[in-house]
Every structure is written in structure tokens, then in C-alpha cells.
Unconditional design. Structure first.
Length: 320
């Protein structure tokens, strides 16, 4: 019998990624499929069953299965309340269903919690005790690791920095008013650049999108900033300023040793992190500003799979 491992399933709105991960966080196997191919529960379970069977036939001892989902969950019950971008997944006791089918411990959590655990154990947070993880993409997600454990709060969703208000009378959304995500989600960033171009601002981005402001993406903005484009650099500074406002609140509330930033926008590197560190220092007492680290995530697209597998390898809480 080979050394034990766990399956980590990163269930996204676009793709489902399954990884077989060992106790040292090493990816042994991985497989991706389009969410549309297994969007309903029966097909989803069949897809997982095939991976479990393959592991067992190869003589691999599975310690359990961890699942990360993009929505509201109850970790202790392994229960999915709702997945915003995947229809039909409302009120699903997923961990209990999977345990009956596979005879393994199953742990279900919000996907950003799983990513945070993966980065904490095997990535940028390795060796630390208290970290905050933020992921920047279509939305802005966040999760806390305190004293070496994911802190989920009373309702399993602590750390949702995307809805932390950064403006007292700001944009109103379903989640509240003035939340961070209303200003720095991918679509909001692109819209900010498009408005500036339509108002006649000169920028390399105009040529990069063939004169179509609607085609701008954060990647294009970052590319223009690397070439010294003034408007693009202003937008990167604006993003950093918004993030720093929310990160300062996190710093004073929970005092992490490090803020780890992942997601597509974080791929901008120093264009994001240099102004982010500067704006955060402006909002903190020098004692904290000198000590807190703001660092990029390192596990990339595998963070979810590795973190989900870690849920099963650690088996904290009840599972199902």
C-alpha cells in the first residue's frame, strides 16, 4: 500500500479541478473538467467516483476527500446553502451524501478558505502562525488562518473582505454599501479604465484594444502599466489604495503576520505590491507597518486543490 493521500476538489463556476495530494502537499495527479459537463449532482458524483476508483485500483490509501465550493457553506455539517454561479446547488448536504457513497471522511468548505489553508501549509504562509489570504479576480475573496487553523466564525464565512466597506456612503450592492468588491473586482477595474478612455484620456491601452474600451481587461491594464502608461499606472495605484484600506482594517482587527494576495490581479507583481505596501503603511501605526508582510501567493491555480486535500488530511472538525 502506498503512502496515504487525499483528494482535493476545487469546484468552480467554470471548471472542476481534482488533485491527488500527499501529506507533504505534493500534487501526485490532477484532472480538470468543465463545470458544465458535471454541473448536476448525479454527474458530479459519477466524476468523483471515477477518480476514487482509480486511486484505489492503484493501491493508494485515501485518507479522505476535501471539497471547496464558490458559495455559502456550513463547514461543520458539510452543507452547501447556495452556489451563486452554479444553478441547482441549493441546500445540498454534500459531505453526508459523499460519505455514504464512498465510505470516506468528507470535508466541504468555501473555496477561499481552502486556498488560504493551502497557502498557509505549503505556500507563501509556510512557517507562520497567523495569516490573512485575499484572492483578486471577478470578485474579492478572503480567509483567515489564526493559530494555525482556518477561522470561519459563527456562520462559516469569516474573512469575506470583498464586502468590507471602504467608503462610508459608497456603492450599494446586495451585500451592503461601499464594499471593496464594488471597486476592485475585475469588471469594476476594467470599467474604470474604459470610462477614462471614453472621456478622452490618452493611453497605450487604446491601441492595445483596437480602440474598443469595452475590450479592456486587468491583464491589459497591467501590460500597459509595465510599459509606463500613465493612466494604467494610476489605475494600479487606485486598486492598491482600495485594497490597503480594507487590509488596514484586517491588520488592526486580527493582527496577522502576513497578508497573502493571490488571484489574477496579483500576477501584476511589483506594479500592485509596491503601491499596496506604501498605501498600507500610510494607514497603520509604524509599529505594525514595519512588521506585517504583504506577499504574493505561490501555489497559483493549484491552491484550491491542495487546500481542499489538506482539509481531509488534517480532518479538523467533524467532517461527515
Amino acid at each position: 500500500m502506498k503512502a496515504e493521500a487525499a483528494l482535493g476538489i476545487d469546484f468552480g463556476g467554470t471548471s472542476v479541478k481534482i488533485g491527488l495530494v500527499d501529506s507533504r502537499g505534493r500534487m501526485l495527479q490532477e484532472e480538470h473538467c468543465a463545470t458544465s459537463a458535471c454541473a448536476d449532482l448525479p454527474r458530479w458524483l459519477a466524476m468523483v467516483a471515477a477518480r476514487v476508483a482509480a486511486c484505489r485500483s492503484a493501491g493508494r490509501r485515501l485518507r479522505g476527500i476535501g471539497v471547496g465550493v464558490p458559495g455559502f457553506t456550513d463547514y461543520e455539517r458539510g452543507y452547501i446553502y447556495n452556489l451563486t454561479n452554479v444553478p441547482g446547488w441549493r441546500g445540498v448536504p454534500l459531505a453526508a451524501i459523499m460519505r455514504r457513497k464512498f465510505g470516506l471522511p468528507v470535508f466541504v468548505d468555501n473555496d477561499v478558505n481552502a486556498m488560504a489553508l493551502g497557502e498557509y501549509l505549503y505556500g507563501a504562509g509556510k512557517g507562520l502562525r497567523h495569516t490573512f489570504f485575499a484572492t483578486l479576480g471577478t470578485g474579492v475573496g478572503g480567509a483567515l488562518v489564526i493559530g494555525g487553523k482556518v477561522y470561519r466564525g459563527a456562520f462559516s464565512m469569516a474573512g469575506e473582505i470583498g464586502h468590507v466597506p471602504i467608503r462610508m456612503n459608497g456603492v450599494r450592492t446586495a451585500e451592503g454599501r461601499g464594499g471593496l468588491e464594488a471597486y476592485v473586482g475585475n469588471r469594476k477595474i476594467a470599467a474604470c479604465a474604459a470610462r477614462a478612455l471614453r472621456r478622452g484620456r490618452k493611453s497605450l491601452m487604446t491601441a492595445m484594444v483596437n480602440g474598443n474600451p469595452g475590450a479592456i481587461t486587468p491583464k491589459i491594464i497591467a501590460g500597459a502599466a509595465r510599459r509606463g502608461d500613465r493612466l494604467a499606472l494610476e489605475i494600479m495605484d487606485y486598486i492598491s489604495d482600495c485594497l490597503a484600506t480594507a487590509f488596514a482594517a484586517v491588520t488592526y482587527l486580527v493582527q496577522p503576520e502576513a497578508i497573502i494576495v493571490g488571484g489574477g490581479v496579483a500576477g501584476s507583481g511589483r506594479l500592485l505590491f509596491a503601491p499596496l505596501r506604501r498605501h498600507l503603511a500610510e494607514r497603520l501605526h509604524p509599529y505594525f507597518a514595519e512588521r506585517i508582510k504583504v506577499i504574493p501567493a505561490v501555489l497559483g491555480a493549484r491552491a484550491g486543490m491542495i487546500g481542499c486535500a489538506a482539509l481531509a488530511l488534517r480532518q479538523e472538525g467533524t467532517g461527515a
